[in-house]
Write a new protein. Structure first.
Length: 200
């Protein structure tokens, strides 16, 4: 009995080790994730960071909805066919793969980050995944494709059950830190109001 307990003790940490594959499975098993975000951008030679906040929704079958509420209203919607931005109630700006291929590549990358899509990430980055213990993890991404390698030095994702933070370090020396909180998985489907916000 003691031997069995000892074996289980040894196997326990292995059974709960976090890997990039297990993380991707966890994220893709969540049909809808809602979270509050705070973004701070530290621009070189500026004393104070630029701060914004709002709500984010990522829906497996609809895409990513980024709704900034402060310091001014801004909505960004990304899906498989287009990227739509609305600032301060102005007419929507629509970007497609045909009109701006580079921006659309970044659109796909953003969704891959939120869903820990290993295939897309490995096409664009050198990956360094670390299990930090107690279900915590860190994924450091170093760009290997253009134009990403001209823009970013590294992108670092950290989290546990959810994606908790993204750190963007660019080649100009600027840093952007986005933290996520108040994650919600219910309801598992988009509400009517949320569906309308995805419709452009």
């Amino acid at each position: 009995m003691r031997a069995l307990a000892f074996i289980l003790l040894l196997l326990g940490p292995l059974a709960h080790a976090v890997t990039l594959d297990s993380l991707q499975q966890r994220f893709t098993s969540q049909p809808v994730v809602r979270a509050h975000f705070v973004q701070e951008r530290q621009i070189k030679d500026m004393p104070q960071p630029l701060r914004s906040s709002g709500e984010m929704i990522i829906a497996r079958d609809k895409g990513l909805l980024w709704q900034q509420t402060a310091p001014f209203p801004m909505t960004l919607m990304l899906n498989d066919s287009q990227m739509v931005q609305v600032i301060n109630g102005q007419p929507p700006q629509v970007i497609t793969a045909q009109t701006n291929p580079q921006m659309f590549q970044f659109n796909h990358l953003l969704r891959a980050l939120f869903q820990a899509d290993r295939k897309v990430l490995e096409q664009n980055f050198r990956l360094d995944f670390q299990d930090k213990g107690n279900n915590a993890w860190q994924l450091a991404l170093t760009p290997i494709t253009t134009p990403l390698d001209k823009i970013f030095a590294t992108i670092t994702l950290t989290g546990s059950e959810y994606l908790d933070a993204i750190q963007l370090d660019d080649k100009q020396g600027d840093k952007t830190h986005i933290t996520f909180s108040q994650h919600r998985l219910t309801p598992a489907a988009l509400t009517d109001d949320e569906r309308q916000r995805f419709a452009f």
